[in-house]
Design a protein around this ligand. Sequence first.
Ligand code: D5M
Ligand code: FE
Ligand code: ZN
Length: 497
Amino acid sequence: MDSLSVALIYAINKGYQVHPDAFAFLKSLDCDVEKIVKTIVEAKNKFRKKSPILIEDIKNVISGRDNQNDQIVTIDTENNNEGYKIIFDPTYKINAEDKKEFSNLFDSRYRKTLKILSIRSESRQIKKIKDIKDLRNKSRFNSLDSKNGRDKLNDSVFVAGLIMSKRNRKNDVELVIDDTSGSIPAICKNKELINQASTLVLDQMLMLEISFNNKNLNDFIVKDIINPDIPEHVASKSGSESYAVLISDLHVGSKYFMEKEFNDFLNWLSSNDEIVNKIKFVCIAGDLVDGIGIYPNQDKELIDINSNMQMSYAAFLLQKIPKRMHVFLIPGNHDPGRRALPQTALTGLREFQPLENFSIMGNPSVIELNKVKLLMFHGQSLDDVIATVPGLSYSKPVEAMKILLKSRHLSPIYGNRTPIAPEFEDMLVIDDVPDIFHAGHVHITEVGRYKGTLIVNSGAWQKQTKFQQTMGISPTPGISIIVNLATLQSFKKDFNC
Ligand code: D5M
Ligand code: FE
Ligand code: ZN
């Protein structure tokens, strides 16, 4: 029996049907289809999904990256007229449920970001912290007085590691960085470096040029701070005029959900508007529903106190999006499922509506829309970035999103408000340089640009909550962001009456 037949029998025996399109797709694949089907069935079983196996499920498995060399395996869907690819979806790679051990995660963060740093010429001079300490200790004991020993100590060296602590002292800032071989304190003394250090966040990776401090051999002096960062680049653009609509944070089920405005938006998507005719994609960056028990006394602010009711109503609204548009949906911190990042795709929506034009993915995910690479992330970590970096505020989420791009990580800070799961691989490292970086969560729309990447925070469809009022957060809800993928120009469409 061939591998495809074995795979089909396996799926059917486990109670899963294979959609005819998915069958044709599997047939066209030149890879281990048995393994793919088994992975899908296991994942569906785990999430108690009884839905048939769709093309999307197959693509999700195939688009997973190879741990060893980070090669991206993608399926070209150009000939089915949709022109999109799912480059990364964490759903089928998530595996941390029983673990409590974080060392693999931070090791992975270090290794993956070191690889990103390796495109910089200085990285060739990176030395292990242990070797630098050994050199210092040797000098301390025997050659401090010799000319050779002093010269060695005066040279600067490069180290790369994660920031373990950052301390603002009277006249300087002390950073402690760790590269798995050891950790060292490094002092930023001049004003420019102190300013740069203020934009660094804990647990992010960075490269430092340091020199020995001849006066105090216990610390090192920072000469230069090098963020992993994204390079200045020319973004990919779509060859044809096509538009994507970016939204987030519907909060269906909340008393504050702006149903009228959202329905106006849906009606607009079904209209014969000149712009609408060009819209091919809709991206929804999480907080589809308001959830249950997400914050104290939330029940007083809910219309639907049953999460199935919230999901079924959300599905009812979403099915109004015209079928000719492809929708990409990731979860947020209010949606059902685990709270820790990365999050698996929302389950259950399709029990209420078929939503066949949907890719329901995990948070974060990376997609390509007519060659334009889009990173979708709900944005939970923006709270921690805004709280810790001086000068940032909720009213300017784009600045906080830039910090994430600079650190090449979607949620660097561990142990504050954003829960992170102890995965074996750090899937929150920003491996690919996005052409568009789309997040939500802060409920404030803002668009900006950084080194060739279009940054979009897509606001919300929820009015200011009591909690936000006490926090002084003034949302800008009821606005969608439309991006022309041929030019990467964007504009806002406001549905507030
Ligand atoms: O988050 C919506 C906005 O409200 C976002 O800017 C964070 C803020 N928020 C939400 N919960 C809290 C808590 N507990 N402390 C401080 N700020 C908060 P959403 O995810 O939609 O609730
Ligand atoms: Fe939200
Ligand atoms: Zn949120």
